[in-house]
Design a protein around this ligand. Sequence first.
Ligand code: AMP
Length: 373
Amino acid sequence: GYNHTNHVPNNTVTYRLRTYIDPHTYEDPNQAIHEFAKEIDVSCITIERVIGAGEFGEVCSGLLRLPGKREIPVAIKTLKAGYTEKQRRDFLGEASIMGQFEHPNIIHLKGVITKSKPVMIITEYMENGSLDTFLKKNDGQFTVIQLVGMLRGIASGMRYLSEMGYVHRDLAARNILVNSNLVCKVSDFGLSRVLEDDPEAAYTTRGGKIPIRWTAPEAIAYRKFTSASDVWSYGIVMWEVMSYGERPYWEMSNQDVIKAVEENYRLPGPMDCPTALYHLMMDCWQKDRNSRPKFEEIVSLLDKLIRNPSSLKGLVNSSNRVSNLLVEHGSPEGCVFRSVEEWLEAIKMGRYTELFMESGYTSLEVVTQMTLE
Ligand code: AMP
């Protein structure tokens, strides 16, 4: 599709059909980049320090001073020397995509530097870095309302992308950036590129490269990537956020994750997670993709929960969590462990020991008698 601007008399509102254009539809990738990204003069940039590593080169923080504007902090992605034509195209492809988006929860492109070396992509600076690391560093430090606020932001960014007809395919906490006001923004745009770079993405038997733990079953099985598969990933992000950056499905292998999900097992509710949020995640993980909520509905539901905080008071109950763990990790019946503690440690759930004890699940005998209910 192409963008249409309707030229109409100036007493009438002008609409632009907002549809995302795949930069690959341009024969000349250099034309795409200059259609969607502003060329910045290298003299406007001051590089300060290295803040991360991307597949194509270093990511730095620095300052951008455009003529007649005040200096602003920016992130600078560089393309390291010795790149191939394809690498340059893929690197700038991200900017061609990002440059088409304008939304408070989507990382904002300031421009590109292509007329001098190294080639750079300049984006707004996100002080708190990527969401997964940020949550692990601040374990247990936020109120439920703050966490829901982050999730609301991500959902709003995703609603915008889905309206634009853009399917992200790699939505995960590691691909969300957080600024100093705790605003979360979706980042990491690309086509094949994104998945090739993501260390979480593994090759499937069919040759696709997919971040298994975050991906909907139909996308794993036959590459059916849609906004509905992004919704599945969004549910996993909800789980990551509510568990402060815990790894989804812990140390289970990708193969075991695929099998468990296929058999209808789902991640248990994180510690102290409001039931309303756990229900929403579970909804995002419906096998039938048409039954999953739309991002639009997710945003409205989260707004409702934020407006009525008492709706977040009910927490996922412990037996519910425990039963899920039992299902996923196998029953302790006839197992080699001598105590509940030892068993929980072995399945990396040691942090639940106290909870088990408090709830009266003090022996493996009692644990085995727990029903799914
Ligand atoms: P990426 O190649 O986009 O995954 O970036 C690599 C790392 O650089 C990320 O995990 C972040 O820690 C950091 N980073 C990337 N973009 C930004 C940004 N706009 N603001 C702050 N840090 C960033």
